[in-house]
Design a protein around this ligand. Structure first.
Ligand SMILES: Nc1nc2c(c(=O)[nH]1)N[C@H]1C(S)=C(S)[C@@H](COP(=O)(O)OP(=O)(O)OC[C@H]3O[C@@H](n4cnc5c(N)ncnc54)[C@H](O)[C@@H]3O)O[C@H]1N2
Ligand code: MOO
Ligand SMILES: [Mg+2]
Length: 419
C-alpha cells in the first residue's frame, strides 16, 4: 500500500532541520593553514595599531612650533641631527630648530609633532652639518600616523564564525597568532545509492550511468566548509545499505545518501530509516526540484536522503545541509545569501511548488540580473555547471516575465543570510 506523503513548505522543512543544528568543536591550526577556515573565537586587538606614532612619509620629523613663521620669503632653517629608518628609534633628543631625517614607518622622535615630506624641504650642507629649509608652517599633528588610528586595544576585529579571508589572515598575523583557533570541519559521509551507477572511470554500458552526484556533493561539502567522507556506491539492496550506513554513522557528523527516496520498488531509504530506528522529520517538501528530499535524525545525528536526480540533489544540499554545516562553523548567517534580481527571460511555467531555478546572476550598472541556465528539470545535470544562484519562484504562482523582480539565493557568496 502506497504511503501518502504530505508536502511541507520549504521554510518549515528548513526549520525542522535547523532544530538539530549544533555548534561544532574547535581546533588549533598554524596561521599558514588558517585561510578558508572559520574563527572559533572573537578576534580582539590586544594592542593599538599602529603601536606607536609613526611617519607616513619619507621626510623630516620636526617640531611644528619651529615652522610657525616659515613662508616663501622667509624660509625657516632646521638642523638635521639624525637619520632613522623604519624599525629604528631616534637616539637623540630634538631641541628647538632641529629635525630628524625620517623614513616611512619609523617612530616619531620624542619632541617632534609633525613630518615634512621630502619633496617640501630643501636639504643642504654647511660646515659639515646638514640643514633643511622649509617655506610653509606645519601644524602639530601634520603627517603623523597616530598610535591606535587603525584600531584601538580592546576592539573586536572579527567575530567568531568569520570566514578567514586574506584580510582576516593579515589581522591574525598583526596580533601575533602563529596558531589560530578555528572551527573543526564537520565530517560528512556521502553514499550514492543505485544499481545503475558506474564508477567515473568505467565505460558506459546499456542502462547504466556514471555516478555524478557523489562528486557534485563532495564539491558542495568543500564549498560549504566541511570535509567529505566518501562511502562509495551502494547497491539498491536494503541489507547492504543498512550495514554500510550503520558502519559509517559513528565516524561522521552527518550522513548524505543520494537516490532511493521516492516511491519506486528499489527506493529503500524509507525502509532503512525505519530499520535504523531513525525519526523521519519529513519526506516531501513543497519544492521543485527536490520534492522527495527526506531528512531523518538518529540520536540527534542528521541523515539527509537527497534525491537521485542531480538538480534535486544539488538544491537539497544547499537548502538543508549547508545551513547545518555553517552552524557547526559558528556562522550566525548559515543560509544562502538572499537578494533580489531582475529576471532576464520569461518563465511562464506554473509553480505548484516553490521552484528553485538554477540561474546565472550578473551585475550590470549596479543592478543584479538573473538568467535561468539550461533546462529546468530535476534530472538535468548540465545547468548546474553554469548556476551561481537559485531564482526562487514561490509556490502557487505562474507567469513570471522578463523584467520582474525576483528573489535570488546566491550559491558562491561567503556571506550568508540569517534566515
Ligand atoms: N511515481 C512517482 N515517481 C517519482 C516521484 C513521485 O513523486 N512519484 N518523484 C519523482 C521525483 S520528483 C524525483 S526527484 C525522483 C527521485 O528519485 P529518487 O530520489 O528515488 O532517486 P532514484 O530513483 O534512485 O534516481 C532518480 C534518478 O536519478 C539518477 N541518479 C541516481 N543516483 C545518481 C547519481 N549518483 N548520479 C547521477 N544520477 C543519479 C537515477 O539514475 C535516476 O534517473 O523520483 C521521481 N519519481
Ligand atoms: O524531487 Mo523531484 O526533483 O521534485 O524533482
Ligand atoms: Mg527512485
Amino acid at each position: 500500500m502506497l504511503e501518502k506523503r504530505n508536502p511541507i513548505p520549504v521554510a518549515e522543512a528548513i526549520q525542522k532541520v535547523m532544530l538539530y543544528a549544533r555548534e561544532g568543536e574547535k581546533e588549533r591550526v598554524p596561521l599558514t593553514e588558517a585561510y578558508g577556515r572559520y574563527l572559533a573565537e572573537d578576534l580582539y586587538a590586544d594592542h593599538d595599531v599602529p603601536p606607536f606614532d609613526r611617519s607616513p612619509y619619507d621626510g623630516f620629523a620636526i617640531r611644528a612650533a619651529d615652522s610657525a613663521l616659515a613662508s616663501l620669503d622667509h624660509p625657516v632653517e632646521l638642523e638635521v641631527i639624525e637619520t632613522i629608518g623604519a624599525g629604528q628609534v631616534a637616539a637623540k633628543a630634538v631641541a628647538a630648530f632641529q629635525a630628524v631625517r625620517i623614513m616611512t614607518g619609523a617612530p616619531i622622535p620624542d619632541g617632534c609633532d609633525a613630518v615634512v615630506m621630502l619633496e617640501l624641504a630643501k636639504q643642504y650642507e654647511r660646515n659639515g652639518k646638514t640643514y633643511i629649509s622649509i617655506k610653509r608652517p606645519f601644524r602639530s599633528g601634520d603627517n603623523i600616523s597616530f598610535q591606535g588610528e587603525d584600531v584601538k586595544k580592546g576592539e573586536v576585529l572579527a567575530e567568531k564564525g568569520t570566514f578567514i579571508n586574506p584580510g582576516v589572515q593579515a589581522l591574525l598575523a598583526t596580533f601575533g597568532y602563529s596558531e589560530v583557533k578555528v572551527a573543526q570541519k564537520p565530517k560528512i559521509g556521502i553514499a550514492a545509492t543505485g544499481n545503475e551507477l558506474l564508477d567515473v572511470s568505467e565505460p558506459l554500458v546499456p542502462g547504466k550511468i556514471r555516478n555524478s552526484n557523489a562528486y557534485m556533493i563532495q564539491a558542495q561539502v568543500l564549498r560549504s566548509g566541511a570535509t567529505p567522507v566518501d562511502l562509495g556506491k551502494l547497491p539498491d539492496d536494503p541489507d547492504q545499505c543498512l550495514a554500510a550506513i550503520e558502519q559509517a554513522l559513528p565516524d561522521v557528523d552527518f550522513l548524505i545518501t543520494t537516490g532511493g527516496v521516492s516511491v519506486g520498488d528499489y527506493d529503500y531509504l524509507p525502509v532503512i530509516y525505519e530499520r535504523l530506528g531513525a525519526e523521519v522529520l519529513f519526506n516531501k517538501v513543497a519544492m521543485r526540484p527536490g520534492s522527495v528530499t527526506t531528512v531523518a535524525q538518529l540520536d540527534g545525528k542528521l541523515l539527509f536522503g537527497l534525491s537521485g536526480n542531480p538538480s534535486a540533489c544539488y538544491v537539497g544540499y544547499e537548502l538543508f545541509v549547508r545551513p547545518v554545516v555553517r552552524t557547526m562553523l559558528y556562522s550566525s548567517t548559515p543560509h544562502l545569501y538572499k537578494t533580489k534580481a531582475i529576471l532576464l527571460e520569461d518563465f511562464t511555467k506554473p509553480n505548484p511548488f516553490t521552484r528553485f531555478v538554477r540561474s546565472y546572476v550578473s551585475a550590470q550598472g549596479g543592478q543584479l540580473y538573473a538568467s535561468p541556465v539550461g533546462m529546468d528539470k530535476s534530472n538535468i545535470v548540465t545547468s548546474l555547471a553554469k548556476a551561481n544562484a537559485l531564482t526562487v519562484l514561490p509556490g502557487g504562482t505562474r507567469g513570471f516575465v522578463k523584467g520582474d523582480l525576483v528573489d535570488v539565493w546566491l550559491l558562491d557568496s561567503e556571506e550568508g543570510s540569517a534566515q
